[in-house]
Design a protein around this ligand. Structure first.
Ligand code: NAP
Length: 305
């Protein structure tokens, strides 16, 4: 596993991280299997784990805490998110300073930590980033409850705004072969000194219709999510079927190599619920994207514009 600095924070992260969200965190997904994935990732040098207060109906964060119990946490960057929570029925959005502070206290308890290495606001609007909220975030840092601060947003205007705010150290954006337009946004954030995390680096399995391949009950969940929320990506992903037909590199490895070819990205944070996929994905660390494959990706990207 190779490592990269996380912007101007003093933190270093594995260039491939594990996202603890989605099906991974659902009650219906066997906890032993979920925890085995975290342990396998740790054993292979993964130091970045990403979760969120509202992920997987609120079950992902405490599950990650159980997975980390008794492990050596030094050198790990455990990242979580605040600003959304699951109230038992649906996701409730609340970026008020009080809600963020309460969320941090709950996350510390869920994760079994005294300090959160990275707290990210989960999808704030620019108007949410009030002087009061920013000073609350700064206080969480000075109290030693939070080490680094970030924002996870897929709205370029929010990321550009955050790049200009000294309180934030990190941004997480959606970056993958279907999102080349994020390149300049990432470059601006990195030039402003922010550490950049790439969420959804496998395009949520949308390349080549992977997400519609039903092999196990969990695949029905992924496929329904794709058809409900991401039809455009599933269609666009058809242009990238060739990624899965290369000799010597899998489609997921090629997708990760594409993201990591961008040196402004500190970590590609992928999600998986299968051990074979985890091992395959971690094996992408240090793999260069072959020039012919990079050219084919660029051609497929321009065909979509
Ligand atoms: N999605 C979002 O809206 C979002 C938002 C904010 C942050 N994030 C962060 O980004 C992380 C990753 O996002 P994500 O999980 O939505 O998307 P992703 O990592 O781009 O894709 C995950 C999908 O790819 C499949 N997959 C993984 N490895 C594979 C392999 N080797 N071969 C074939 N399929 C493979 C997974 O299925 P299997 O389980 O079968 O492997 C899953 O369906 C999240 O965990 C979270 O930390 C995501």
């Amino acid at each position: 596993m190779l490592y990269r600095p996380l912007g101007k924070t003093s933190l270093t992260v594995s260039e491939i991280g594990l996202g603890c969200a989605s099906w991974w965190g659902q009650m219906a997904f066997d906890e032993r299997q979920a925890i085995a994935l975290v342990h396998a990732a740790l054993e292979r040098g993964v130091t970045f784990f990403d979760t969120g207060a509202s992920y997987s109906n609120g079950n992902a964060e405490p599950r990650l805490g159980r997975a980390l119990r008794g492990r050596d946490l030094s050198g790990l960057v455990i990242a979580t998110k605040a600003g959304t929570r699951h109230d038992g029925r649906r996701i409730v959005r609340d970026m008020s300073p009080g809600a963020i502070e309460a969320s941090v206290m709950q996350s510390l308890a869920n994760l079994g930590l005294e300090r959160l290495p990275l707290l990210q606001l989960h999808g704030p609007a620019i108007v949410d980033l009030t002087a009061q909220l920013l000073s609350t975030l700064e206080r969480l840092k000075t109290r030693g409850l939070v080490q680094a601060l970030g924002v996870n947003s897929f709205d370029p205007a929010v990321i550009d705004h955050v790049a200009g705010l000294p309180q934030f150290d990190v941004v997480m954006v959606d970056y993958n072969v279907l999102r080349p337009e994020r390149g300049p946004l990432i470059a601006r954030a990195a030039a402003a000194g922010k550490g950049v995390l790439a969420g959804m680096p496998l395009a949520m399995g949308h390349t080549g219709g992977q997400v519609l391949k039903l092999r196990a009950p969990r695949d029905i969940w992924y496929a329904l999510r794709a058809l409900k929320n991401h039809r455009a990506e599933v269609l666009a992903g058809r242009r990238f079927a060739f990624l899965h037909q290369q000799a010597g590199v899998s489609g997921a490895q090629a997708a990760l190599a594409y993201v990591l070819a961008n040196r402004d990205v500190a970590c590609a944070v992928m999600g998986t619920t299968r051990m074979a996929h985890l091992l395959e994905n971690l094996d992408a660390s240090g793999r260069a994207l072959a020039p012919e494959l990079a050219a084919a990706i660029a051609e497929a990207q321009s065909a979509g514009t």
